[in-house]
Design a protein around this ligand. Structure first.
Ligand code: MSP
Length: 493
């Protein structure tokens, strides 16, 4: 049995989850479910990043101790994952004692690459990132993502010898041992290495920031939140002794957003090389979900609450739009109009209606019995190739090509005419082909739209009978686009 370890970036818990966070989770979920379907043993990590300035500031704002604040907010992340139907196997909190223990162990192992120095320069609290002078100048001293001025820091810190690892990371990339998808992100990392990796600060003095994991044997410092958070991908496995660690490391795929590529494409591999561990096989970098072409922001007022989508349209509608209409490797745009149009045209018409037509014809013409004729198998090579290339949007395109093909087929062979003329053999052949094709569609859809897939399989039973579906698979909804049924024909005089 093959193993498959997929890991996601662990979000900061200074706010509740938004639609952008759903992106990485859903991509990882498709991969996890696909491998589960293939019979692989799957480990699927998610979690929360709970230390650092941002969280401490938020806790203070709401008048709680940081630990009390994170304890209070973490359940909303569990709820979010459940609402999006993410099949994770392990949830790691960076405040878990096991993570703390693992992180200190890792720090000790890396000590030969750690030294004390003074950090003088810029810091972005929004990103919890040290900023190079070049970056600060290029951005006029203001973080382009968080729109807040960088802070000037001068403090004694521990440093990690990142500069020592550039060659080895590059070699691993070039040899294909550490693949970064898409290629242009790989180029981004190769260029970064080419320009020379600088050593990085990996601690904060307790007097400036107390909310962090203690540096081993030094009560005056806590670990820099990024350095410690990256370790979660190992601590969640019980590194160094855990059975899961022995079974699952290296990660097969790590899914991260484009804003945190350098942490996962340079710092994390350097830490792993320092620990003498193999690198993740693939780093999948997705883009950003924009709303109406702009980054979601409370001040613009374009923040979309994923829970509203789930409530009004169902979780599979959310999954469908994000997995197909936001390109896997690039930015994509959410608008209510685009979403609802895709929902009504593709889910309601092309898929829901198709399922409805085939099942009701089988019930009407054949008493719900499809029969036991050999089942057609559509070629799924292109679909599998897209999954392997991590183009999950294109894999869904392939499934939709099958769905559209089936609709065209029905319009061409017209089973209702065969029913009229009493050509029962032809009718049975058409319905069997359609039903068995829909079963295959359901199989392919399972990683993407698990509920829909299961509903289709319940309608078209294994034993060749139909169980009528109560209700409609995707009822038409017009909350954000005009309802064509209410539009009166234009009056001409
Ligand atoms: N805590 C760090 C990750 C540490 S991993 C060891 C972090 N947290 S975050 O909350 O800012 O982001 C979590 C994930 O969500 C990242 O992969 C980030 O790229 C992703 N996204 C945040 N906003 C997003 C969009 N609007 N669209 C798509 N993904 C986005 O970074």
């Amino acid at each position: 049995m093959n193993k498959f370890y997929v890991a996601t970036a662990i979000p900061y818990v200074n706010d509740k989850p938004h639609i952008g966070h759903a992106m990485g989770y859903m991509l990882a979920d498709v991969l996890a479910r696909y491998h589960q379907q293939m019979g692989d043993k799957v480990f699927f990590e998610v979690g929360t990043d709970e230390h650092g300035t941002k969280i401490a500031a938020k806790a203070e704002e709401v008048g709680l101790e940081p630990q009390a604040y994170t304890d209070k907010i973490v359940p909303s992340w569990h709820g979010f994952l459940k609402a999006v139907n993410v099949s994770y196997t392990n949830f790691v909190r960076t405040t878990d004692p096991a993570h703390a223990k693992g992180a200190q162990y890792i720090w000790k192992q890396l000590e030969k690459f750690i030294y004390k120095g003074t950090y003088e320069g810029w810091y972005c609290a929004g990103e919890e990132a040290f900023v190079t002078p070049g970056e600060a100048t290029a951005n006029d001293g203001i973080c382009p993502v968080h729109k807040k001025p960088y802070q000037q820091l001068s403090e004694e810190n521990y440093f990690f010898k990142l500069s020592a690892f550039g060659d080895e990371i590059r070699e691993a990339i070039v040899a294909g041992e550490f693949k970064i998808v898409p290629k242009f992100r790989e180029t981004e990392i190769l260029n970064l290495i080419e320009s020379g990796l600088q050593d990085i600060s990996i601690s904060r003095p307790v007097k400036h920031l107390a909310w962090g994991l203690p540096v081993p044997d030094d009560e005056h410092h806590v670990m820099y939140v990024w350095f410690e958070a990256l370790m979660n991908y190992l601590t969640v496995l019980g590194y160094p002794d855990g059975e899961d660690y022995k079974t699952f490391w290296p990660a097969d795929v790590q899914v991260v957003g484009k804003d945190i590529v350098r942490f996962h494409g340079a710092i994390w591999p350097a830490m792993l090389i320092g620990l003498d561990l193999p690198l993740p096989k693939t780093l999948l970098v997705h883009g950003f979900v924009l709303t109406g072409g702009a980054k979601m922001s409370k001040s613009i007022g374009n923040v979309v609450d994923p829970m509203t989508i789930v409530k009004d349209y169902g979780v599979d509608a959310l999954r469908y739009f994000f997995l197909r209409h936001i390109p896997t490797i690039d930015d994509g745009d959410f608008t209510w109009e685009k979403f609802e149009t895709a929902y009504n045209n593709e889910l309601a018409n092309e898929l829901g209606n198709l399922v409805q037509r085939v099942s009701s014809m089988a019930i009407r013409y054949q008493d719900g019995v499809i029969g036991e004729l050999p089942r057609p198998k559509h070629d799924t090579t292109a679909f599998k190739d897209e999954i392997m290339a991590m183009r999950l949007d294109r894999a869904l395109d392939q499934v939709w090509a099958m769905i559209r093909g089936l609709n065209v087929y029905l319009e061409e062979v017209k089973p209702w005419e065969a029913a009229k003329t009493g050509d029962t053999e032809h009718l049975q052949e058409i319905l069997l082909y359609s039903a068995s094709s829909l079963r295959q569609v359901a199989d392919l859809l399972w990683p993407f739209l698990p509920n829909t897939s299961e509903a289709i399989k319940k309608i078209f039973n294994d034993n060749g009978t139909i169980t009528p579906f109560k209700g409609v698979l995707f009822p038409k909804i017009f909350l954000h686009t005009p309802d064509p049924r209410n539009q009166k024909p234009a009056v001409t005089v």
